[in-house]
Design a protein around this ligand. Structure first.
Ligand code: F0G
Length: 347
């Protein structure tokens, strides 16, 4: 058996009666990225490829703990609002545990692969004619009735599970990196990483603490602007969020670590989205590329020291969003079915 409960149970709120739920999540590759480092402008860059989790995003780390705790307390149904990845993950762990999942998706703005996942894992997939923030309000209010377990990142067990990514990075590097960059939507993940790094420092497992660099999309950047955004818009639909539920802990992570939260335009995000797979052979979804775009921008602006080790978290797999991957026309060439035609093409 494997997975984050098995590996990091000693750091998690796991008791003897917590079911040992797992889909072998976690233990994702930390890949050295020398060509991308040059593009970003840093000495040493690693990519934490969270797209290799069982449902192809980092959400599985927190979901396995949240669902295990929900089972422990007798829950028979899960509920979440989601820009897609949380829904896919909740649906998978509900299937694994043999309980129901209801997932609320903002209408029309969820990447195709994520919807496909939620459907095939057998969740009740519900589209809400509103954005994510409104869908989350509805889910939170309904969950207070106590008939379903809410597994959004406002559930503290989600944050607990997500700390394991910080533990893995320190365990592999031998200490914290100098900087850690990642996309920010609802604010849960940056809070979880910062909590994880602090716990490792407080228990003597790490000395160095990274500067936390959170990146929002310019059209959905409430933490940068300092106020909620009523109608957030971005190509990075995973982080199309105007009212982050974990607002203050996200800001604290940046402030306490000497880091920052900045915004990147959709053009900057898409440039990184296309560059990462081309230079390093790792394919992430648009939101995930925001971390790389933001680190590059902060380096260029002199806000982050280019020396030392930087880690960018690729939060979700590129295959989740085939529409964006193929948008703007595809460069495919057609040939006659002959060796000669191929020879002419290859040269
Ligand atoms: N990257 C990806 C791929 C995401 O799916 C999300 C959030 C984030 C980054 C931001 O993380 O919200 O903890 O700041 N997705 C949520 C969802 C909102 O419903 O799947 P955060």
């Amino acid at each position: 058996m494997s997975g984050v409960i098995q590996h990091y149970g000693h750091m998690l709120p796991i008791t003897e009666s917590t079911p040992r739920l797992t889909l072998n999540e976690g233990d994702t590759p930390l890949v050295r990225a020398p060509r991308l480092a040059e593009w970003v402008g840093v000495d040493r860059l690693f990519l934490k490829f969270e797209g290799l989790n069982p449902t192809a995003s980092f959400k599985d780390r927190g979901m396995v703990v949240a669902v295990a705790k929900a089972l422990e307390s007798g829950a028979t149904a899960l509920l979440c609002a989601s820009t897609g990845n949380t829904a896919a993950s909740a649906a998978a762990y509900a299937a694994r545990a043999g309980i129901a999942a209801f997932v609320l998706l903002p209408g029309g703005k969820v990447a195709l692969g994520k919807v496909a996942q939620a459907v095939r894992y057998g969740a009740r997939v519900v589209t809400v004619d509103a954005n994510f923030d409104v869908a989350l309000d509805i889910a939170r209010t309904f969950a207070r009735k106590g008939t379903v377990a809410l597994v959004n990142s406002v559930n503290p067990y989600r944050i607990e599970g997500q700390t394991t990514a910080a533990y893995e990075i320190v365990d592999e590097l031998g200490d914290g990196p100098h900087a850690l960059a990642l996309p920010v939507g609802n604010g849960g993940n940056i809070s979880a990483y910062w909590l994880g790094f602090r716990r490792y420092r407080d228990t003597g497992r790490a000395e160095r603490m990274p500067r936390m660099i959170g990146v929002q999309a310019a059209g959905a950047a409430p933490l940068v602007r300092g106020h909620p955004i009523e109608s957030p818009e971005t190509v990075a639909t995973a982080i199309r969020i105007g009212r982050p539920a974990t607002w203050h802990p996200a800001l604290d992570a940046a402030r306490q670590s000497g880091g920052l939260i900045l915004a990147c335009t959709d053009d900057e995000i898409l440039e990184a989205y296309r560059t990462i797979p081309r230079l390093e052979g790792l394919f992430c979804e648009p939101a995930s590329a925001a971390g790389v775009a933001g680190l590059r921008k902060a380096i260029a602006a002199g806000q982050v020291d280019p020396r030392g080790i930087a880690v960018c978290v690729l939060t979700g797999h590129g295959l989740k969003d085939p529409d964006t991957a193929l948008a703007g026309g595809v460069e495919m060439e057609t040939i006659e079915p002959t060796v000669e035609a191929l020879e002419k093409l290859v040269g």
